[in-house]
Design a protein. Structure first.
Ligand SMILES: CC(C)(COP(=O)(O)OP(=O)(O)OC[C@H]1O[C@@H](n2cnc3c(N)ncnc32)[C@H](O)[C@@H]1OP(=O)(O)O)[C@@H](O)C(=O)NCCC(=O)NCCS
Length: 240
């Protein structure tokens, strides 16, 4: 058993193209619930099925490191906006919160205890940038991007994107939260900060944001609701 992340956030990362994970496929299949098997069977492409299976294996085995619950025994329910959460945790199991993100080549799962957490990973080779930013980002974020060279825009686009996704995922609302109603401020000298419109009824000072490069081609954004000092964040690469 791992130490409980009461005063920390643990982020485990899986490379989806790793041979080791592929070799453990048969065991992963034994961990899925009937509903998860049905969802996996509905996916058309093998690549998507593999990612789905790895994601379930990652979440289940990661959660079991913090509680006396076998990986196959966790049950989940989606909130009104689609966020999976633990259902009917056995007595004595701590208030584990988790969030998942996947992108080409990488899956991330963030776990902490008793506080909101959201994670987003993106493959930075995706060509999205200007149109998407103009459509979805806050005016201050768009203005900042437009003041940069094209190369810098492409890099910082994913900084904004992953942070914005991490925040809406931590809140649990997904895209029901208007992306233009909050704006990040990125600084080379410190962690990102956020400005939140009153319509969202949230306290910017209660959030900790963090950004990482888990691989040279993947950007990661993390949002954690804190009650005091910043929490330590532990990232590690695993094979479930
Ligand atoms: C669903 C959404 C929450 C995340 O989507 P995404 O970034 O495409 O995908 P990610 O891989 O990062 O996250 C998907 C995971 O988030 C979790 N999730 C789903 N709904 C969620 C919600 N409301 N809140 C938090 N997490 C949620 C799920 O675990 C899901 O994985 P699973 O289906 O395998 O369990 C939502 O933000 C979305 O649809 N985004 C689309 C991207 C976009 O247009 N972004 C705008 C630019 S910032």
């Amino acid at each position: 058993m791992d130490l409980l992340p009461f005063q920390a956030v643990h982020v485990d990362l899986v490379l989806t193209d790793g041979a080791e994970a592929l070799a453990r496929r048969a065991r992963y299949l034994t961990l899925l619930s009937p509903d998860e098997h049905a969802r996996m069977a509905r996916l058309i492409f093998e690549r998507d099925r593999h990612r789905f299976l790895l994601t379930r294996a990652l979440v289940r085995t990661m959660l079991s490191r913090y509680a006396q619950v076998a990986p196959a025994d966790w049950q989940f329910i989606a909130n009104a906006h689609g966020r999976p959460e633990i259902l009917d945790a056995p007595a004595g199991v701590p208030d584990l919160r988790f969030n998942i993100s996947h992108t080409d080549g990488l899956i991330a799962c963030a776990v902490t205890v008793g506080r909101e957490v959201g994670v987003d990973v993106e493959h930075v080779g995706r060509r999205l940038t200007q149109d998407v930013a103009a459509r979805f980002f806050a005016p201050a974020e768009v203005a900042h991007l437009q003041s940069l060279s094209e190369e810098e825009q492409e890099r910082l686009f994913f900084d904004y994107w992953t942070l914005k996704e991490a925040y809406i995922k931590a809140r649990g609302f997904g895209l029901a939260l208007p992306l233009g109603d909050f704006a990040f401020h990125l600084s080379p000298d410190g962690p990102p900060s956020i400005r939140i419109e009153p319509s969202l009824n949230d306290d910017p000072a209660s959030w900790q944001f963090c950004q990482e490069w888990p691989t040279p081609i993947h950007r990661l954004g993390l949002a954690i609701r804190r009650t005091g000092d910043d929490l330590p964040v532990r990232l590690r690469q695993v094979v479930p």
